[in-house]
Ligand binder design. Structure first.
Ligand code: COA
Length: 185
């Protein structure tokens, strides 16, 4: 069965609004473009720091991830509150000698943080990965050394630091460590 648009969770947010977690589909293109460009402009704890993507670039990205989901190489789960895209969680399988390792990513839109959506999305994304990414044994992630909220969240969900690249991140005029964490599943 196709995963396109498939819902994996329906519930209520802390503010009693409809919260849906689901796989992406082609029609999400404009939402995804707005989502990444807003996060980038915010210059939060992600790789994009103000760079803006154009429609064509996001279209290519979406086509690629839809294919990788179909091939059971990636999990991407979108969070919607009342039809607004407010979060994204993903796990991308590596290949060859580390095809048992998946790289994890998580973001929540600014106005929707601190409501438990990040924790929920983390859990559900990992759960989907366990079910659908055969051979996955280790989940790995990178987090900026000054992102205390994310580090705590990951620790609470069983992630352990396995290394850090001192000054591996240059952001807002400062060098901070890039911390790497993992969890065996
Ligand atoms: C990190 C992030 C994904 C967390 O998502 P979230 O929905 O805000 O997190 P939750 O509401 O599920 O909260 C997770 C934990 O962090 C705590 N927390 C959240 N926001 C907080 C804040 N502003 N101050 C202190 N603690 C906070 C919560 O209390 C919760 O802890 P608990 O489980 O012990 O109660 C989100 O803040 C985010 O997208 N930040 C910007 C991008 C980013 O940093 N991504 C991660 C890159 S590695």
């Amino acid at each position: 069965m196709s995963m396109k648009g498939k819902a994996i969770y329906k519930g209520k947010s802390k503010t009693s609004q409809d919260l849906i977690l689901r796989y992406p589909r082609e029609e999400d293109l404009d939402d995804l473009l707005g989502y990444i460009n807003t996060l980038s402009a915010e210059q939060t704890f992600i790789r994009f720091q103000g760079e803006q993507l154009i429609h064509e670039e996001e279209k290519e990205y979406l086509e690629k991830i839809l294919l990788r989901i179909k091939e059971k190489k990636d999990i991407h789960i979108l969070a919607f509150v009342e039809d607004q895209l407010v979060g994204k969680g993903d796990i991308r399988l590596r290949d060859k000698i580390d095809a048992h390792v998946g790289d994890f990513g998580l973001t929540i839109a600014k106005d929707y943080r601190g409501q438990g959506i990040g924790s929920l999305l983390l859990e559900k994304t990992i759960n989907e990965a366990k079910k659908n990414l055969s051979g996955l044994k280790i989940i790995s992630l990178g987090v900026f050394g000054d992102n205390g909220i994310a580090i705590q969240l990951y620790q609470k969900h069983g992630f352990v630091e396995y290394g850090r690249l001192p000054k591996g991140v240059f952001r807002q005029g400062q060098f901070v460590d890039h911390i790497y964490m993992y969890k065996e599943i």
